[in-house]
Each structure stands twice: as C-alpha cells, then as structure tokens.
Design a binder for this molecule. Structure first.
Ligand code: HEM
Ligand SMILES: *[C@@H]1O[C@H](CO)[C@@H](O)[C@H](O)[C@H]1NC(C)=O
Ligand SMILES: *[C@@H]1O[C@H](CO)[C@@H](O)[C@H](O)[C@H]1NC(C)=O
Length: 241
C-alpha cells in the first residue's frame, strides 16, 4: 500500500468511526484504493464459469469453508503443513477453485497493488458465482483482513459433516453466529455443484441401517441417484434402481 492510499485508508476509517457506523465493513471499502475491483472480479469469475460452470459452486463452497474457521479471513487459501485447512477432512480432495482465486488476485494486484485482501476477493467471487449461476445478488461487506493462521484441527471441528445430525449442524452454525433460518437458506447452495456418492449413498441403499432407501427422498430423484451411485457403492443391497 503506498502512502497516499494509506492516507485514504485512515481517512475512510476515520470517517466511518466518526459518523458512528456500527459495522467496520462496507461495500465501498476500496472505492478509492481499488475502484475497478468489482469489475475485475466479475470478469474473472465470468471467465472461470465459461470454462467450467461448476466452478461457481466450488467458489461459493470455498468461501463457506473459509468463514466457518476463524471467520472469513482467507485462511483456507494458505499453504501450510499437515494441520492446515487445505488438508482438513472436509477440504482434502474436495475444496476446489484455488487457482481461480490466484488468477483473480493477480489481476487485482496488477490494477491496485497491495490494497485488497484475499478474504474480500473470495467473498466477492462467491457472490458473483451465485449471481452468474442464476442465483440472488447481495451487497458484499468489505474490509476483511487476511488471517495468518490456517487451523486444520479447527476446520475438522467447525465445518459441518454430511454425517452430522441436524442438531449438530444447527449448533455448528450457531457457533459462527448463524441461526436456523441461515441453515435452511444456505443449504440451498446445494442446488448447484456436485457431491460424491460416498456422502449420501447410505440414504439411497441403507438408510439408518434399514437396508432400504430413505423414504423421504423424492422418487424420481431416488431412481436417478441410484443409477449414478450404484456402481460406486458397497451398500448395493436393494433392487431400487
Ligand atoms: C449444512 C451443512 C452442510 C453440509 C453437511 C455440507 C456438506 C457438503 C458435502 C459433503 C459436499 C460434497 C463434497 C464432495 O463430494 O467432495 C458439499 C458440496 C457443496 N456444498 Fe455443502 N454442506 C453444508 C453446507 C453448505 C453451505 C452453507 C454452503 C454454501 C452456502 C454449501 C455449498 C456447497 C456447494 C456449492 C457444494 C458443491 C461444490 C462443488 O461442486 O465443488 N454447503 N457440501
Ligand atoms: C486450532 O484450533 C484448535 C481447536 O479450537 C485449538 O485448540 C488450537 O489451539 C488452534 N491452533 C492454533 C494454532 O490456533
Ligand atoms: C447397513 O447399515 C447398518 C448400520 O449402519 C450396517 O450394520 C449394515 O452392515 C449395513 N448393511 C450393508 C449391506 O451394508
């Protein structure tokens, strides 16, 4: 950050504090230090989705997995040792989109060096991903600081598992300040993207040990998913497909 943008930063901060705005974050945070930020991120996300539509889902999930571990501080992006978030169970061979964030960051750096945090870039990329995937728009609050610690142990504890009970999932959301309505709303993210059969095939073939499908699954979808997952699962006990 050069001297003049540094001065701008403190001016902006002083202004926010002096008018008594409660949140430190604002969508205008980079208005003077990186005026083209939104345009740059949108363009890069658009490019990535054109190459692979699923990337929208992957970038949204990356933001979610970042936010559940010590807040939305970009720490999921850090390379580290075996206890870094990248190596944690919910992320290993699963979290994707890191190269896309790297590309966006490079693009942003070329336009405004040292001004924008990776955490904010990830937050905007997730918003644009949803929008360009046909989902809703929201204003992104900006001004996050990048974290320096990536905690894989905490990622394993804090990120909801597909084998958690609903109560545990609700409680993990509560731990980061989200309520039941947020659980329902944000779970709608699963209308995009992909999941491996291994995470739900028990519900197709052996729900709660009954060796039958989960009766609450819609039948057309059940048939479809059975076909897709049958050859990938050892729990093929029912002729449901
Ligand atoms: C409610 C608790 C949640 C559980 C148990 C859960 C679990 C999972 C699992 C197991 C996968 C598949 C991973 C794989 O096969 O490698 C997945 C994918 C995904 N999740 Fe969640 N998730 C939850 C909440 C969320 C939330 C809050 C969001 C975002 C707002 C989200 C967004 C996604 C997306 C977009 C994908 C597809 C990613 C891709 O295709 O790359 N999930 N989730
Ligand atoms: C990582 O998180 C765990 C679980 O909350 C905690 O015990 C540990 O001290 C954290 N490690 C670091 C380096 O912050
Ligand atoms: C079905 O699930 C139960 C309980 O989880 C398990 O004991 C049983 O072996 C499973 N059956 C098959 C065929 O995998």
């Amino acid at each position: 950050m050069n001297r003049s943008s540094n001065a701008n930063f403190w001016l902006v901060n002083f202004f926010i504090l002096s008018v008594g705005v409660r949140s430190q974050l604002t969508p205008d945070f980079y208005k003077t230090t990186c005026p083209d930020l939104y345009r740059i991120v949108r363009r890069e996300v658009q490019k990535a989705l054109k190459y692979e539509m699923r990337m929208g889902a992957s970038l949204l999930r990356l933001h979610f997995h970042d936010c559940f571990v010590n807040g939305c501080d970009g720490s999921i992006l850090l390379d580290g040792d075996q206890d870094s978030e990248k190596f944690a169970t919910p992320n290993l061979n699963s979290a994707r989109g890191f190269e896309v964030i790297d590309t966006i960051k490079s693009s942003v750096e070329r336009a405004c060096s040292g001004a924008v945090s990776c955490a904010d870039i990830l937050a905007i990329a997730a918003r644009d991903s949803v929008l360009l995937s046909g989902g809703p728009f929201w204003y992104v609050q900006l001004g996050r600081r990048d974290g320096l610690i990536s905690n894989g142990t905490l990622a394993n504890l804090a990120i909801p598992s597909p084998f958690d009970t609903l109560d545990t999932i609700i409680s993990k959301f509560n731990d980061v300040g989200l309520d039941l309505k947020d659980v329902v709303t944000l779970s709608g993210a699963h209308t995009t993207g992909r999941a491996r059969c291994t995470f739900f095939s028990n519900r197709l073939f052996n729900s709660s040990g009954t060796e039958a499908p989960d009766s609450t699954i819609e039948t057309t979808m059940l048939t479809e998913y059975c076909k897709i997952c049958a050859y990938k699962t050892v729990m093929r006990t029912q002729p449901v497909c």
